[in-house]
Design a protein around this ligand. Sequence first.
Ligand SMILES: C[S@@+](CC[C@H](N)C(=O)[O-])C[C@H]1O[C@@H](n2cnc3c(N)ncnc32)[C@H](O)[C@@H]1O
Length: 471
Amino acid sequence: MNLMKDYYDCFVKMLTFIEEYRWLVDFAVTDILVTDVFSKIPSDWLQLFKKMTFEDATVLANCSIKPEWPESLVEFFKQCNSLSIESLISLFDNKWSKYKIDKELCRGLSPKKQCEVESLAGLVDLVCKQSGSSGVIDVGSGLGYVDRLLAVKGYSVLGIESNINLVEKARNQVDKLSSNLSNKITFHPLKLCEESTVSLIKIAQSFAEKNNLRNGLCVVGLHTCGDLTSSALKTFLKTPLISSTVLMPCCYHKMSLLDYKTNTTMLCNEDVVYSNFKNFPLSKMLSRLLCKPEHKEIFFRPFLRLASQESNARWKCWSKCDHENNAFKVMSRAVLQLYIGKEGLQLKKRHRRGVNKNSCVNFTSFVKDVMERFDFIDSSSNQVIDRNNATYKNISDNLKPLWNEYKDSLLLIEIVLILQMSMQSLVEAFVLLDVLSFLKENNVENLQVAKLVDNKISPRYIALIASKVRL
Ligand SMILES: C[S@@+](CC[C@H](N)C(=O)[O-])C[C@H]1O[C@@H](n2cnc3c(N)ncnc32)[C@H](O)[C@@H]1O
């Protein structure tokens, strides 16, 4: 099988599709009214949607195609399906296992976390056995759940974590365990990035020497967020001591932006790549395909946020009532966003949490909550509007007519969200394909994509496996 040709064909199909439906992916959900997305819905789709009920929305969310739907809508769902993560997985032969987690080691873990931790540890065990590794570096180790499980299995583990508080907590938790794991696990505070790679290599070398690890190490990461995935992969590529890696990426939208000056002019041969992010795209293949200025606007945070959202496997289980609640939540926030944009205002949280979603049963209670929990900033002066000021007092009265204007479009907003969510898997597959192409371009021949956890349980259920030695 010519994987590079498969990747290329896949990228081209995905990009053509994303370009056609970019109106569904290139805005933040709060801006759904600001971007006037309703006006971009094809007219034959709109005719159908206008006849629908929330009951029908559950059918739409299930992608249960009906013969009376417009042909282009049927095609939309078919393409979402055929270019999804499942299709990416089918390019690889899938082999993984998991083992039962020890009760003491999983204290405090939610069932979701437990499932993720034990599945990843099982897969890492399998990869390490095949590559002959007995040492593991866990990047973004958090509280070290995976590390404990691997240590019990006999691996020497080095946890790398940028948050010093988590490092201390993880150390304390390991010390308290009755099974004496503290001599098998070392936690090291370090922010893994381009600049710290040399430090990490030194730390890894002394870890390998101390634990007498002769064969290559395996770099693992459960939910490597933002730039951590690319930093881990670059470290894997640069470090001869590391022979394999197993990563479950997440939070793609937290990747760092390019700075202003380099924003539009990342050179790729003689072409200009229009990218907003330091680490997306990573591959030359996708970079070359993105050499068009119009792409700049698509591949921004909302696009990567969609890649990071929960999978539509969860949406498919939603009831009529779940859809109604979601439509209300999104519409009320969108009306507020439309209003503040028109009035030249910005919101600033007064409390850590934004709107208390449970207390908002109708628009009046939503507005009351907003007024309590947010300050309004005048964008031109950057000053907080005084709560005794007439402008402030008018806000809640002015919001009501705007709500009345849009409240009959609750179902339409939910349908747009369903269409957007139907693209989630395709968008995530697009981002993961970029990572796989990058590895292949760097001569990593042994690549696998594994579906590790049930996607109804965990939204980020994909593990990328790369090895310099044959598995
Ligand atoms: C989503 S959490 C996952 C934690 C842990 N792996 C787990 O699943 O329980 C990501 C962790 O990576 C850490 N992190 C993020 N970027 C990092 C970096 N560049 N270097 C080291 N740690 C990082 C964060 O502080 C956070 O603890």
